[in-house]
Structures are given as C-alpha cells and as structure tokens.
Design a protein around this ligand. Structure first.
Ligand code: EMZ
Length: 419
C-alpha cells in the first residue's frame, strides 16, 4: 500500500550524473545544509501549537513535538498504548504488511514486563569486555580495509554501515559472523525496498529466515539467542514460536536502518568537523558524551506512534479514542526550552536528557548494543582517521506533511585518510 504523504523519500544529491532531485522538491541543493548538517525540521510547528497532523494511509497521526509533552505521552501508556493492532504504532503503519506482533515494543503492561525482564540481561551483554572486543575487531577490520584501499571511494551506507551493523548483530545474537553475509544481502531495511516503502515480499524473506533459524535451534540447541528463547519462560510459560519470531523481527528491523543512519551520519558529521574528531583523539574520555550528543543530533528514529485507548489530550489538543499520536523524538531532541543551542553539536555537552532511544517503559532495548558500537566507532575513527573526504551523495529526506527531515543518506561516498 502506498502512502502519498508519509515518509516518501525525496533526495538531494550532487554529482555530474545525478538526476535524482525531484522537480517538486522545494529545496535547492544544499538548502538543508551541509553534508554533516541535520536540520531541525519541526522547529516552526514545535514553537507553534506543538503538534503536526499528518495523514498515513488514511489513519492520521498527531505528532507530538515538544520534549516535555513527548515524555508525558510516553509515560501515559494506559491512554496511549503500544499493544494496538500489530504494525499500527509504526509510522508509516505496517498493518498492511504484517500481522506478527513485535515483542516487547508492541506489548503493554502487564505482559510487557515479563518479556522485558527476560530480554534485559541478554541485551545488556554489550557491557561485557569480551563483547566489546568483538565489536572492536569488527570496526577495526572495516577501517583497516578502508584505509588500505587508498584511493577508492566507498559508499558509507551499503559498503560500510550496513556491513558493520550486520556483523555487529552477530555479536548480539551470538551466532557465527558468517550469518552477516545473508543479512547484508537484504539491504538497509527489512520492510522497505528502493521503490516500495512497505514491501511485503521483502518482509517474507526475513520471516522465512527466522522460521528456519528457530527450527535449527530446536534440532540442535546452542548458545545463540534462538536457543535461549526456546528454553526460556515468561510468567511461567514457554514462549510460542510466534512470540520468538516477534522478538527476533524487532531485533532485526528496529536496530537496522537506525544503526546504519547513526554510523553513516557520524562519517558525514566528521567529514565537515574534523576538529571534533581531533577533540576525541585528544580526550577519548569524552566519547560517552560525544555519542549521546550525536544520537541527540541525528535522532536516527524520527518518531514512534501510540494508539489512544480513550479520549485524551496532547499539548492541549484533543485526541479521540482509537486514533494515533506519535512521539517525535527528533523534534523533542531539538527543543529549545530544554537544550541550549539545540542545533549545535557540542561533544562536551553534559546535561543531555535526549530521547533518541525513546522514553519510558518502551525505551530502546538495543540501546546498550548501539551505544557500545557507536563508542567504538567514534573512538576508532578518532584514532585512525585524519580526514573523511566525501564524493557523491544522496540524502535520505523524509516527508511528514509539509515538513522535510533529513534522517540520513541513501548513498554517501567517502574516502578515509589515515592519520
Ligand atoms: C519496527 C521499528 C522499531 C518496524 C524501534 O523501531 O523499526 C522499523 O524500522 C520497523 O520497520 O517494524 O521494528
């Protein structure tokens, strides 16, 4: 199903051959800013009435834009539920292409807690030294190969970020690194293809793959996540195959384009701000602050929806029962009433109550993994790279009603120079 408003991707790019800038695109090249600049797309609406109404496949969404209001609505899970029809809290809605509930993010309390408690220890493994050593190996391996390639430009999205994200996922799932090759072949999104933002046939590739992995783990249990989930109980009950699939779909889908955007955008940012890369080189202890600030600035996931279980209000606006709102992390992260100079990247920023990983009981389960990977990514770039040169690129620009937001890139050619 095609939506005519939401998330329809337009692009901006440069390069002699390029004809990808749609004629109706109101931006001249560069109007959104530099390569490493990410616009505060929702500023006018946030400073206005604090919401943005958008259509999405005839199921409208009221986007909540201010940080305080976003947190308040996220906190109020009784009124603004996640456990609606599977796919409905995602914007654009995925109800047309899936009926498997993703767990735990499409489950409300009290059932939510049991799943979260089960998954929490596994998803906190990235805190362990051995896990981080794996990630460091993956990152240094990639950087070594890029730096030894000398003159070649590489696409940061498909040749670098997708590869690093997929290899890193083998650590989270505790499966062989060889599996990454299969996932890389799926491209940057499991539900979207180049010409279709909701691609059911693509989703089936993931579903079939997961059926196979679950069957394999039943036949020969190991130390992988599938075997762990097959052996586990939630509230005294074994998980069904469907539940395991729901957990795994979220693991594959939720941390995919988001992590890819974060890795790619970091390269884009440092290509224009090499003094910030030098700052991390001189003061590596800043890396945690730096990663939080980059996440705040990039906000790799624009927003996540909720469905009203009863009539309610957001920011003084009525929300009718069974209609949708969304919590716009990207806008909240630029809220000028909370962040000083919100559009400036300050890697030394201390108080940083961003919501880049969501907020409340559904905060990102994969955040520990994403943070560990990004810290290593930033540290190793600072350690090894003096300069990031950019070639041709095509920005990934989301369209939300009249608002255009740069979330990442479809393509970003880079050439890394060794220190
Ligand atoms: C869903 C979502 C989760 C959705 C935290 O985000 O990510 C999207 O990319 C997927 O399409 O199904 O997993």
């Amino acid at each position: 199903m095609q939506s005519d408003t939401n998330n329809q991707v337009t692009s901006q790019s440069r390069g002699a051959e390029d004809t990808a800038v749609p004629a109706k695109c109101p931006f001249a090249h560069g109007a959104i800013g530099g390569i490493g600049e990410f616009n505060d797309a929702f500023a006018a609406r946030r400073q206005g009435d604090g919401v943005l109404d958008i259509d999405d496949q005839n199921d409208p969404v009221k986007m909540v834009l201010g940080l305080k209001e976003v947190r308040k609505a996220a906190h109020n899970w009784k009124t603004f539920q996640s456990g609606a029809k599977p796919g409905r809290i995602v914007v654009p809605s995925e109800v047309a292409i899936r009926d498997i509930r993703q767990i735990p993010f499409e489950v409300d309390p009290p059932a939510h807690k049991g799943f979260r408690n089960l998954l929490e220890p596994w998803f906190k493994r990235p805190l362990e030294a051995e896990y981080q050593a794996k990630l460091t190996h993956i990152v240094t391996d990639m950087l070594d190969s890029l730096l030894s390639d000398g003159q070649d430009f590489k696409d940061a999205v498909n040749d670098i970020a997708l590869v690093v994200q997929s290899r890193a996922l083998t650590a989270l799932l505790n499966v062989s690194m060889d599996e990454a090759a299969t996932w890389i072949s799926w491209g940057t999104h499991v539900f979207r293809s180049d010409d279709n933002p909701l691609d059911a046939s693509k989703a089936n590739v993931l579903y079939d793959y997961l059926d196979k992995q679950i069957d394999n783990a039943k036949r020969s249990p190991g130390s992988d996540i599938y075997s762990q989930l097959l052996a586990a109980e939630v509230d005294g009950k074994k998980l069904s195959d469907e539940e395991i699939k729901g957990i795994m779909i979220l693991t594959f889908a939720g941390g995919r384009d988001t992590v890819i955007n974060a890795l790619t955008n970091t390269l884009a940012y440092f290509s224009e701000n090499k003094e910030d890369l030098a700052l991390i080189r001189q003061q590596p202890e800043l890396v945690n602050n730096a990663v939080e600030e980059l996440i705040r600035y990039f906000s790799p996931l624009t927003h996540m929806g909720r469905v009203a279980t009863q009539d309610g209000q957001v920011n003084g606006h009525d929300v009718a029962r069974d209609t949708r709102i969304s919590l716009c992390w990207a806008s909240a992260n630029r809220d000028e009433t909370v962040f000083e100079n919100p559009n400036t990247v300050d890697l030394t920023r201390k108080a940083n109550p961003h919501v880049g990983f969501g907020f409340g009981i559904h905060n990102c389960l994969g955040a520990t993994h994403a943070r560990a990977l990004l810290r290593i990514w930033v540290l190793q770039l600072a350690k090894r790279v003096s300069l990031i040169e950019v070639g041709e690129y095509e920005e990934n620009i989301e369209q939300w009603s009249e608002v255009q937001r740069k979330v990442g890139f479809h393509q970003l050619e880079v050439r890394l120079h060794a220190l």
